[in-house]
Design a protein around this ligand. Structure first.
Ligand SMILES: Nc1ncnc2c1ncn2[C@@H]1O[C@H](COP(=O)(O)OP(=O)(O)OP(=O)(O)O)[C@@H](O)[C@H]1O
Ligand SMILES: [Mg+2]
Length: 312
């Protein structure tokens, strides 16, 4: 079994409400509602646990509503090394309108965290690294109060202890982390374009952009492009993965599932084509579920066969 730590600095409670014919400036009736422990780091941890890994989460939770996360960790067998901060973990509300086929997101700001809180995460990660970690997943935006170099520092800390690192973030924290040499990054095409300061149109431009990042010392760049699939680029190879047309239940966690799939593939020593196939299948698995969940493993294996792999 592989030991993995996921770092979740900006966790979220994901509340999904179903409102047929949602209207602004009007009273709306909620038909159904569900609440999930979420945020990118928590999602990646949940998916990796589902795929059979021994997973611990560190990062921040608000003390006021930590119980939801504690229940989730207990149910999924995830280790809890999260610091508790004063206040409540933010809630992100997703209003799903099945009639008009629209989704409206209300994303709250997270709790802010200072340097002392970050030192606490460094100590928690340090203890996990001492006990032995194969992979560290760093996922999501940074809370207010932490510098853009935060992930760069955590990457160096992990790599010094021999752990490999996957990073999924955007903007300044991504730009500042590249020189620390993460093993895997998974920007979507817009995030990669923002990183390089030019919009990227389509697969060829995504591959060229990913090659620039690989040349700077990142092991694998997986650029996701929603329904168009993804391109995967390493120093030696590049290819594209094309998903089959599928019925989407919710897009929540598709990118996070791809991150988990990339790490899972690496722990199994798969080549680039099989990595692309597996990571895409895991993302398709998440798309078939409401909220950040995956189907049983045999369903993911069936989905693998439907992913097209081509030259890029
Ligand atoms: N509509 C879709 N149909 C088929 N596959 C999809 C669709 N949307 C996403 N995917 C799959 O999920 C992967 C990741 O999706 P996407 O590029 O939207 O990630 P993201 O922008 O990082 O999302 P997130 O909001 O979760 O961070 C894609 O590479 C693809 O395999
Ligand atoms: Mg993403």
């Amino acid at each position: 079994m592989t030991r993995i730590a996921a770092v979740s600095l900006n966790s979220a409670v994901d509340q999904t409400v179903r409102v047929p014919r949602f209207a602004v400036d009007a009273v709306n009736r909620v038909e159904a509602s569900r609440v999930d422990a979420g945020g990118k780091g928590i999602n990646v941890a949940s998916f990796l646990a589902h795929l059979g890994h021994e997973v611990t989460v560190t990062g921040f939770l608000g003390r006021e509503n930590a119980a939801l996360f504690e229940r989730h960790f207990a149910q999924t067998g995830i280790g809890d090394a999260c610091l508790r901060l004063d206040g409540a973990t933010r809630t992100n509300v997703k209003i799903v309108d099945p009639v008009l086929d629209q989704v409206t997101d209300l994303n709250f700001p997270g709790i802010s965290a200072g340097p002392e809180a970050l030192e606490g995460v460094g100590r928690a990660l340090g203890a996990l690294l001492e006990a032995g970690l194969d992979w560290v997943a760093l996922c999501g935006s940074l809370p207010e109060g932490l510098p853009p170099e935060t992930y760069a520092g955590l990457i160096r800390q992990a790599r010094e202890k021999g752990a490999r690192v996957a990073l999924d973030t955007s903007g300044a924290p991504l730009a500042a982390a590249l020189s620390a040499g993460p093993d895997i990054i998974k920007p979507n095409i817009a995030e990669l374009g923002a990183l390089l300061g030019r919009p990227l149109a389509g697969r060829d431009e995504a591959v060229a952009a990913a090659r620039e990042i690989v040349a700077g010392g990142v092991g694998l760049v997986a650029v996701s492009m929603g329904a168009e699939g993804a391109v995967l680029v390493t120093r030696d190879a590049s290819l594209c993965a094309v998903p089959p047309g599928i019925e989407v239940a919710s897009t929540v966690g598709a990118g996070d599932a791809m991150v988990a799939g990339l790490i899972h593939a690496a722990t199994r020593g798969l080549d680039l084509a099989e990595t692309a196939r597996l990571a895409t299948a895991v993302s398709l698995g998440a798309l078939g579920e409401i909220g950040p969940h995956l189907p049983p493993i045999d369903r993911i294996e069936d989905l693998m066969a439907a992913v097209g792999i081509g030259a890029a």
